[in-house]
Write a protein that binds this ligand. Structure first.
Ligand code: FES
Ligand code: FES
Length: 303
């Protein structure tokens, strides 16, 4: 199996993590500091679990651990030992061409709840746990269950409708009820009717590929060192220690940017990286970028 990121950083002498993921048993060597989301995404290539914030704020990384929805981005991988994990890839049954979707997945497509799709695995896994505990939720129950699962495309009404429709289908055994959207006055072959999103299927079963899911041979990992203060001037930037760390390939600063190093939507007043003598304008302004052979080394070098 191909390993990504920090999967080489084994903890010697510690027993394996034995866990069930989507019905399959795994026995994996523990890796120092590894989270469950990293284990799932990088070691098992289950990239349907998304990383939005990596600090338990957005819910995109939600998976079920022994039936409970958990944000996997802060869940230590070794704590998953002996646990049963279900990810978005584990909800539907069958192979892609003849996929039998879970009613939630079907309802998310039918109700237009899937837009960019990045939050959808987290939304569906959270909703799945809700319906297990409460098969007949009302709007308030759905909103409360999803309060920590963010959608930046802001499709909340359609997400809520989809969950209520899926709940009804699960209770009654009837097909998922479609939204009642009339055709427009002028209908043509395609225009004027509602259509399911062409990439909806991949987005609800976790096979849609986003930039962070791509893996290439010889790929390097980047980590940005960001300002920790909201305001100030950058008077000194020492990258010597980061540069000498084994596995670090490059450390780039504003000086390495040829030509214009500002960008912006209207006025070019936002530096790609803050240069020496320049102003830091917010917590998170970029100061330097590390490129390294593994994610763990990049994180260590960026401090
Ligand atoms: S990525 Fe885990 S909560 Fe945002
Ligand atoms: S569909 Fe885009 S963030 Fe929710």
């Amino acid at each position: 199996m191909k390993l990504r990121g920090n999967a080489q950083n084994r903890i010697m002498g510690m027993s394996n993590i034995n866990l069930s993921v989507n019905g399959q048993q795994y026995s994996l060597e523990p890796v120092a500091g590894e989270t469950l989301s990293t284990l799932l995404r990088q070691r098992l290539q289950l990239t349907g679990t998304k990383i939005g914030c990596e600090e338990a704020e957005c819910g995109a990384c939600t998976v079920l651990i022994d039936g409970e929805p958990i944000v996997s981005c802060i869940y230590p991988a070794e704590r998953a030992d002996g646990k049963t994990i279900v990810t978005i890839e584990g909800l539907a049954q069958g192979v892609h061409e003849e996929m039998k979707l879970h009613p939630l997945q079907e309802a998310f497509i039918e109700h237009g709840a899937v837009q960019c799709g990045f939050c959808i695995p987290g939304q569906i896994m959270t909703a799945y746990a809700l319906l297990k505990h409460n098969p007949n939720p009302d709007s308030a129950d759905v909103r409360f269950a999803l309060k920590d699962t963010l959608c930046r495309c802001a499709g909340y009404p359609t997400i809520e409708n989809a969950i209520l429709a899926a709940a009804q289908a699960l209770r009654t055994g009837e097909p998922v009820q479609k939204p009642n959207i009339p055709d427009s006055i002028h209908v043509h072959k395609s225009v004027g009717h509602t259509h399911a999103r062409h990439d909806g299927m991949d987005k609800v079963i976790g096979t849609a590929i986003y930039t962070d899911d791509l893996v290439f041979d010889g790929m390097l990992y980047a980590k940005v060192r960001r300002a920790m203060i909201p305001h100030g001037f950058l008077t000194k930037l020492d990258i010597s220690k980061a540069k000498t760390l084994p596995g670090v390939v490059a450390v780039l600063t504003a000086e390495d940017i040829p030509g214009e190093h500002n960008h912006g939507l209207v006025i070019f007043d936002w530096p790609v990286m803050v240069g020496l003598g320049e102003r830091v304008r917010y917590v998170g302004d970029a100061l330097a970028i590390v490129a390294a052979e593994t994610q763990a080394i990049a994180e260590q070098a960026a401090g």
